[in-house]
Design a protein around this ligand. Structure first.
Ligand SMILES: [Fe+2]
Ligand SMILES: [Fe+2]
Length: 253
């Protein structure tokens, strides 16, 4: 269903270990860059981490390979790195954006792809650079920057789009309170086949429904913990950096 060249898992022995270590280092750098972006705004304090973790869960649930899942997770951390070039007056504006401001905001995926492009491991067969570039495309072709449609959009970018939207809906913003989980589920259902990949939307809806009752108004962190630790996506392939905090309290749940 989804194709990445499996650069990081196709080798054995010492070579495999060093590639694994390299992937770990790239992940740590990506997480750190994501933290830097999130620190610019108290309302998006953990947004990049949430997108990374939700993307990872969704990719696992959708049956992506171990390497693909890790590349998508890393892309989640840095999906909004291009916002580093957007002025605070636009990024933190609480009212509606003017058309000039909106155009500026829409440059962040291109800017982000350019920022990570010099890192060979991101700008190559891992597809991380492409995922950043296309995370605001829509299934119906009305997204940006390239108005790609349906499966012309890289699969990892379609995952990021769903995780990004869910994270945004479940976080407070200066101009609105967070949605409930039911409201967020309804929005994803409404956007399936227009904004979002319809197949991946079903996977996400199933995953959230499995997280189930009692999580209606919990924090996004708790919801992600529940998804990870209740074996909805399994215990294997955890990302040590990001999942440690989750698993510490609910190991074996
Ligand atoms: Fe974005
Ligand atoms: Fe991570």
């Amino acid at each position: 269903m989804f194709m990445f060249q499996d650069t990081f898992s196709s080798t054995t022995g010492e070579n495999h270990d060093s590639r694994h270590e390299l992937l770990g280092t790239i992940h740590q750098i990506a997480e750190s860059l994501g933290n830097a972006i999130d620190a610019r705004d108290k309302f998006t304090m953990c947004h990049s981490k949430h997108v990374a973790d939700l993307s990872r869960c969704l990719a696992l649930k959708a049956g992506f390979s171990r390497s693909e899942v890790e590349f998508i997770h890393i892309a989640g951390h840095v999906h909004d790195i291009g916002k580093i070039g957007i002025p605070d007056t636009v990024l933190r504006k609480t009212g509606p954006l003017t058309s000039r401001e909106w155009k500026l905001m829409c440059t962040h995926p291109v800017m982000g792809a350019k920022i990570v492009a010099p890192v060979k491991a991101m700008n190559g067969s891992t597809g991380i650079c492409e995922m950043i570039l296309h995370h605001h495309e829509r299934w119906d072709g009305n997204g940006y920057p390239l108005k790609l449609k349906a499966d012309r959009i890289p699969a990892g970018a379609r995952i990021l789009a769903l995780a990004d939207s869910l994270s945004a809906m479940l976080e407070d913003r200066p101009y609105r309170a967070r949605l409930t989980l039911s409201q967020a589920l309804a929005e994803i259902q409404r956007g399936a086949g227009t904004q979002f990949d319809p197949e991946l939307s079903v996977v996400m809806l199933n995953m959230l429904e499995d997280a189930g009752p009692g999580f209606e108004m919990c924090s996004l962190d708790s919801l992600i913990t529940k998804i990870i630790c209740s074996r909805i996506v399994g215990h294997k392939n955890k990302c040590s950096g990001c999942i440690q905090a989750c698993t510490a309290g609910i190991q074996g749940g």
